[in-house]
Design a protein around this ligand. Structure first.
Ligand code: SF4
Length: 470
């Protein structure tokens, strides 16, 4: 995995022999080659090559999932991301910060179903002192030493620096102080929330008050230095151009190279996974922008403003198009699969590519296993952030295993470090023990504006997932 391949900018990346080298990891794509693949390669062919690369890394037999729980400890946030329907200023009736006992109760429920990890993220809440986090982590590790704590995305860390003003001459120095405190209290890995799109022009438009790309990547570098693994994410399908997505992946790949080269020999961490998903528009300010072609004066034959502005080196300038940031281009299922497949081919130094069934739905999530994904992520007990902006899905373990098995693989439960915990090939497997599939449904979560954030409300619905016994 740490192998650094050669680069051949003149190679024809639509040529099968060249793509075979990408599959084996001996050739690394350039940003220009990736852009050409995105523009010119038919989606089935792109899926074929991404699947071949995935099989080269992960074999033909096993695809994984984890049993964890999303815990969003507060929705109070000082940032004003225009794509977010989750944040509250703190004055609304539904603004919340969970009590320790509520968080511990949620973890108990996770442990009761065999869960191994929590993913804990929140808004950037200026009312919470560092001691609040330390005490929270200590309580969790005292009561649940077996549960892996995957928590606090880079924007939260940057806000910790702003709120707590730790000593240090550089951002990295300040981060080291805060990170050490949290690691000593029980933090074990850092999730990749808040990545969105790294290019400055995009970030300034959609991530108001959130950290820039350099800061985001610096948080992860410090985490790697501390030996923590992390993940990287990308939210696309809004104002960005395709070149912005490739620039985003390029930064992840480049900083991963540096983390591996600088820290791996000393037990350092790295990006273990990359997960991308399309923007969900409902209840968000950004979602009220017209889609390109639907706004007044739009010329459908002209290129999308995001593509006019985007540059592969991230230097796009919003002044290059008068409608930049005022038109969006939503990504549907095929664009999602295309993007994910490209990430598998481009990110040659990242072990896992995660399928995003939470936003795309179970069936597209299953199809994603043929477009380069090796991991189905987590069973979903609750989801608060994306469901505030559109439909998300909750699946139990039997259905998740069933999706993996009927995609042609053996499901396996993994831990945060992608070590296999249970291989489900025997009759006792969660999916193979289900006799009555009518009781197994994918819960669909969808929070309307007037319903507030959260799950389990009147808007939650069950949707049929067609299941047949083999
Ligand atoms: S996306 Fe996160 S940082 Fe941005 S406003 Fe929402 S809660 Fe705050």
């Amino acid at each position: 995995m740490a192998q650094i391949a050669t680069i051949r900018p003149d190679a024809d990346v639509l040529d099968a022999a060249v793509l075979e080298d990408v599959v084996t990891g001996s050739l690394r794509l350039t940003p220009e080659q990736a852009l050409r693949i995105h523009r010119e390669m038919p989606i089935q062919e792109l899926g074929h090559w991404a699947d071949a690369r995935c099989r080269h890394l992960h074999g033909d037999r096993i695809r994984t999932y984890v049993v964890d729980r999303n815990i969003n400890y507060t929705n109070v946030c000082t940032a004003k991301c225009t794509f977010c329907a989750f944040r509250r200023t703190g004055h609304e009736d539904d603004a919340y910060t969970l009590e320790y006992e509520e968080i511990l109760q949620k973890i108990q429920e996770l442990v009761d179903i065999g869960g191994t990890q929590i993913l804990m993220q929140g808004g950037m809440n200026p009312e919470l002192p560092l001691d609040w986090y330390v005490e929270l982590l200590s309580s969790i590790t005292d009561r649940f030493p077996q549960v892996h704590v995957h928590a606090f995305s880079p924007p939260e860390f940057i806000e910790f620096i702003d709120f707590f003003d730790p000593p240090g001459a550089t951002l990295a120095d300040k981060l080291r102080g805060v990170m050490k405190t949290l690691v000593d209290a029980g933090l074990q890995s850092v999730p990749g929330g808040g990545g969105e799109i790294f290019a400055d022009a995009v970030r300034r438009k959609i991530g108001l008050g959130k950290c820039d790309a350099e800061s985001w990547l610096t948080v992860m570098r410090v985490a790697h230095e501390f030996g923590l693994n992390t993940s990287a994410t990308m939210m696309f399908g809004h104002i960005e151009g395709v070149a912005d997505r490739i620039h985003h992946m390029e930064l992840v790949r480049r900083w991963q190279d540096e983390s591996i080269s600088d820290f791996a020999l000393d037990g350092g961490g790295r990006y273990m996974a990359f997960i991308s998903w399309p923007f969900q528009r409902e209840n968000t300010p950004l979602g009220r922008c017209a889609e390109w072609g639907e706004g007044s004066g739009d010329d459908m034959d002209a290129p999308f403003p995001g593509d006019v502005v985007a540059r592969l080196d991230g230097t796009g300038d919003k002044r290059d198009h008068p409608k930049y940031g005022r038109r969006i281009r939503m990504a549907g299922a095929s664009e999602y699969l295309r993007n994910q497949a490209l990430s598998r081919l481009y990110l040659d130094n990242i072990y896992s590519i995660g399928a995003s069934w939470v936003t795309m739905g179970p069936h597209i999530g299953q199809a994603a296993l043929a477009w380069g994904a090796n991991d189905m992520g987590s069973v979903m007990m609750e989801e608060n952030v994306v469901s505030a902006a559109g439909t998300t899905y909750c699946l139990g373990e039997p259905l998740l295993c069933h999706l993996i098995r009927t995609a042609g693989f053996t499901p396996a439960q993994r831990d945060n470090a992608y070590r296999m915990l249970k291989l489900h090939e025997r009759p006792q497997s969660p999916d193979l023990m289900v006799d009555d599939w009518s009781s197994q449904r994918a819960d669909r979560l969808h929070v309307q504006n007037d319903a507030g954030c959260g799950t389990g409300g009147d808007n939650d619905q069950a949707v049929e997932l067609t299941v047949q016994r083999n």
